[in-house]
Design a protein around this ligand. Structure first.
Ligand SMILES: Nc1ncnc2c1ncn2[C@@H]1O[C@H](COP(=O)(O)OP(=O)(O)OP(=O)(O)O)[C@@H](O)[C@H]1O
Ligand SMILES: [Mg+2]
Length: 323
């Protein structure tokens, strides 16, 4: 698939629930229309091939189906999931789907599949800030040491960017594994495939857990939950990890408990020279939310206390011009 075809695919995916007004349909140029038909045909062929083997309850939008089947094929084949029930949310970097677990996960009622957008369509975030001092990981979560692969990533060739995408996902998965094992409030991760992460689902059949940003807490509840978030920040520091994009948008709230999500950009407090700045920003954003919920906070003081009590030195760095 070419880049343009993928872009069209995602335009379609994003507008899947909207009815295209006739007026804008008229404006589709002939060239674009024929390209669109070509894309349709390719994706349909792929979807047809895979859908012979897998039947999902979720009726995906036309283009989404091929992408979804392609991304979840491996996971379904290994019996991690037996069905896709519905789309939970389309995020900026990935879409999350509610799935029925397969025989490989006998204990869960539901699981969540985070399916990444194709690398070329993801936000061009400033990943240099997060990758500073961070080794790149392969699809198995092992450090990449192969010269050819390292070269491709440095040159950002097509292959190199694919490897960087893999590394990004591997960081998310391995961080969740370590943190879950350490007792942090993160979804239990089950498996990683080339384009998806399967994890514990937070929520019920009718609806997934809202993010904290969507919830107004009682004063009585806000205090203990704030302490719980700080406990998680401390536990993460103890395991040499900083979330890097923490805010009320990446914390789920369900049954009175919190769950931290969305870890691809984690950084190490020991290795990244901007670590303290990144950590302080996480603490500040969390404090902003809890301030609105009536909790008095001192973000700078808290960040310092958490950081130094784990024995890390405070290095103040300035943002790079491109940040
Ligand atoms: N394990 C889960 N259980 C239930 N819902 C989840 C789970 N993981 C993610 N979600 C939902 O999917 C949304 C997107 O997930 P996540 O933040 O990991 O992806 P993202 O693409 O990086 O999103 P964004 O760019 O919007 O932050 C979350 O805001 C949340 O609503
Ligand atoms: Mg998120």
């Amino acid at each position: 698939m070419s880049k343009n075809q993928l872009i069209e695919f995602f335009e379609e995916l994003e507008n899947a629930d909207e009815v295209t007004p006739l007026s804008s349909q008229k404006h589709l140029s002939r060239k674009r229309e024929s390209k669109k038909n070509e894309t349709d045909a390719r994706l349909f062929v792929r979807a047809q091939e895979l859908s012979r083997e897998f039947h999902f309850t979720y009726k995906a939008a036309r283009f989404e189906e091929a992408w979804l089947l392609d991304s979840l094929f491996e996971i379904a084949e290994h019996q991690w999931i037996s069905d896709v029930l519905r789309k939970v949310k389309a995020g900026k970097e990935a879409s999350v789907y509610l799935c029925k677990p397969g025989a490989a996960i006998p204990t869960a009622d539901f699981v969540a599949a985070k399916v990444y957008r194709p690398r070329m369509l993801r936000n061009l975030r400033n990943d240099g800030l997060y990758r500073q001092g961070r080794a790149d990981l392969d699809s198995e979560g092992r450090e990449v040491i192969d010269d050819g692969m390292l070269h491709a990533m440095r040159k950002k060739t097509e292959y190199g960017r694919e490897l960087l995408h893999q590394s990004w996902m591997a960081y998310e998965f391995t961080s969740m594994q370590d943190l879950h094992e350490a007792g942090a409030d993160v979804p239990e991760p089950y498996t990683l495939s080339s384009n998806a992460i399967l994890m514990e689902y937070i929520g019920g059949l009718d609806g997934s857990a809202p993010t904290l940003s969507e919830v107004d807490l009682d004063r009585a509840e806000a205090g203990p939950l704030f302490e719980r978030v700080l406990h998680n920040l401390d536990l993460m520091l103890a395991h040499e990890r900083i979330h890097g994009d923490l805010s009320a948008y990446n914390i789920l709230y369900w049954d009175g408990d919190i769950t931290l999500i969305d870890f691809p950009q984690v950084v190490s407090p020991k290795v990244n020279r901007h670590a303290y700045r990144i950590f302080e920003r996480d603490v500040k954003r969390v404090c902003e939310y809890f301030n609105q919920q009536g909790i008095k906070t001192d973000p700078k003081g808290l960040a310092q206390e958490l950081w130094t009590s784990r024995g890390y030195p405070i290095l103040q760095t300035k943002p790079d011009p491109q940040e």
